[in-house]
Design a protein around this ligand. Sequence first.
Ligand code: ATP
Ligand code: MG
Length: 790
Amino acid sequence: MDCTFLDELNDSQRAAVEFCDGPSLVIAGAGSGKTRVLTYKIAYLLSLGMKPWNILALTFTNKAANEMKQRIGGLVGEEVARYLYMGTFHSIFSRILRVEAERLGYAGNFTIYDESDSRSLIKAIIKEMQLDDKVYKPASVHARISMAKNNLMFPDEYARTRSLIERDAEQKVPAVSAIYSAYCERCKKANAMDFDDLLINTYRLLVSDADIRKKYSERFKYVLVDEYQDTNSVQQKIVWLLAEEHMHVCAVGDDAQSIYAFRGANIDNILDFQKQFAGTRLFKLERNYRSTKRIVQAANSLIRHNERQIPKDIYSCNADGDKLSVKPAYSDREEAIIVCNEIKRIKRADRCGYNDFAVLYRTNSQSRSFEEAMRKVSIPYKIYGGLSFYQRKEIKDVIAYFRLVVNPDDEEAFKRIINYPKRGIGDSTVAKIAAVASANGVSLWRVICEPALYGFNPSKATLTKLDAFRCLISSFIEKFVTVDAYALGVEVVKASGISADIYQDKTPENIARQENVEELLGSIQEFVEGRKEEGRADEVHLTDFLQEVSLQTDLESDDGADGERVSLMTVHSAKGLEFPVVFVVGLEENIFPSSLSMGSRRELEEERRLLYVAITRAERHCILTYAKNRYRYGKVEMESPSRFLTDISPEFVDVEDAKDIFMRATSSYSSRGSLFSSDNRWQNSRPVASQFKADPKPREAVHRDVPPVSDTFSPRFRRLQAAASSAVSAKKSMANSSQVKENSVIEHERFGIGTVIRLEGVGENTKATVQFKNAGVKQLLLKFARFKVI
Ligand code: ATP
Ligand code: MG
């Protein structure tokens, strides 16, 4: 068969593709063609006569599998590519398990339980065993079970393992073992497998049945794995069981891109591969084809700060390109505006489309400000690997409370929250209320307000619960015209029990929910303050806020004229992808690196690898942004630029405001009442966190084996930092003793730098029209505006 496509590879890639006689491992940096090697190797195997159904290719995402399949189709024809076994571990093995289910005691039509199914089953078991669900939190019990499963520790063995039993006893959860056992039995009885089962049942199948193992090892004559650095130990064992016999296995990966330690992946995977498969041929690829020289050099200079890594030097022969640009913003809002402005500018300058842009953030909750800014300026976008902010469950729940407060007859909102958080009002009660409501032609709310009037006579217990709910909502209704949306929002989250529900533990899912709810509250506060500044202090109530967001909840952002959209996603979901223009946003201490990662050097190194992944997604332009002020935990936090910004060698970055990176946030703004007082209102605003958080996140990172940030700077940077801070204090005192005039340049908390172009009115009610550098023209009522004159 024609193999001319091999000419599209460089020598090292070609060598890796053509080596098919034994195990091989390709370790190489980002963008060096690892995925391309896998793709071409499959095409090559096919051209040698191997049948597509004899090739198993495991990828990290389904998206990656589809792209690879398409590319292979292009090289050898779609009708052949169609029969390849190509997909994620979970998708491929669920197919195999369907066929072999009976051997494991399942029927072939087994159900796959997702996270929430598993969680609610565990919850039910805890209840049936009459355990306290405040001690046995379903999410953390599930995490323990999942961890045990992934370590191939099955219930019997768990119950026999003294160290685990003792640990559980010590942590006052001795029944975990029994819950685990019951959970497995119940799943089995329901003919259901959870996500972990898809992997471990495959493993069990292969390990316990020699015939089956032989069958699949003969079926899959060649096994290929992309992103090997992020496989966990069960996945590795499966690869071993399938390939041990024939040793036809090829794994590709990059230790510098290992970013799933929290799911059990291990940076040593790649090294273990060589031990496991004796005689592995190792290939290294060093040329990056994706990015400009400067992007590659900048990424190299960053990752060099990690101790745990396999040394490699990646180079690019592409154009030099621009330096990475670092753009500070005054606030998360200005950050989003800057990103939108840059997208428009680069789109014009490079004549490219919206598809060429990606905005990458550390956590999903950061998407909100970008969604909002893009909607305002009609930039079409798509959120990958997650829901749009207002579609997320916890946000919909809170908004449903708001809707019910503003309009108690809102049926959907009523149904959504009548029993969330759980207050013992079952579906059948709700169905009865609905029936009574419909028979009387009134809303569900009216029925629970006057049940007897409408002939609704539930048990006394139910009546009490319904009345408690009515009182709760009524108490909010009483306030909603007097109290502003933010104050009421905080109260709703607290009094409804939502905060107790989402702050019950620190599972990754709950942390994400907390971040989202905090982001929502932050946005309400910003909304309230923005309205006051605009002189619209009477439009700060829940109705006004809902009016604003209802436009955002229903609308999916429209496609651009050509169906193109900017991609918004977390860095984790960007793995393996590439875009001509990449924005990495929120580069601040406690965000990126995440505040949860500051405990150890090991975790910090993972965060640094994550930034390495982010930067190396960029082909032509890479823009890094951070905000100096950010609404978090219900107040404006002064943020410090990420320590990683100083890891990147200065010769590869253009910093808009260089001194900034090296200084801790020290600026101060005028506050309500007096333009020039030093009293800093927003810093003093009550933090949401302390109002309802069971377990507040540490604001100051605890450094154990990592020196404090300031100590990690070189003496030169520290001098710069000191100089910058004194410059700021000088400015501050000047600001406090001067007056706003036309042409004054001001620094606004959220909109950044601007020039006063007009002043109207007198005293208290002076209104300034300000032309901001990035945020456009705004009118501000000076008594509420938060800024300083510079
Ligand atoms: P990552 O580490 O991000 O997963 P990777 O090592 O898998 O990256 P690829 O995605 O395979 O890299 O390749 C990066 C880009 O470079 C792709 O657009 C690919 O098509 C291109 N590329 C790789 N090798 C060559 C080559 N020899 N000639 C032309 N383009 C190439
Ligand atoms: Mg790849």
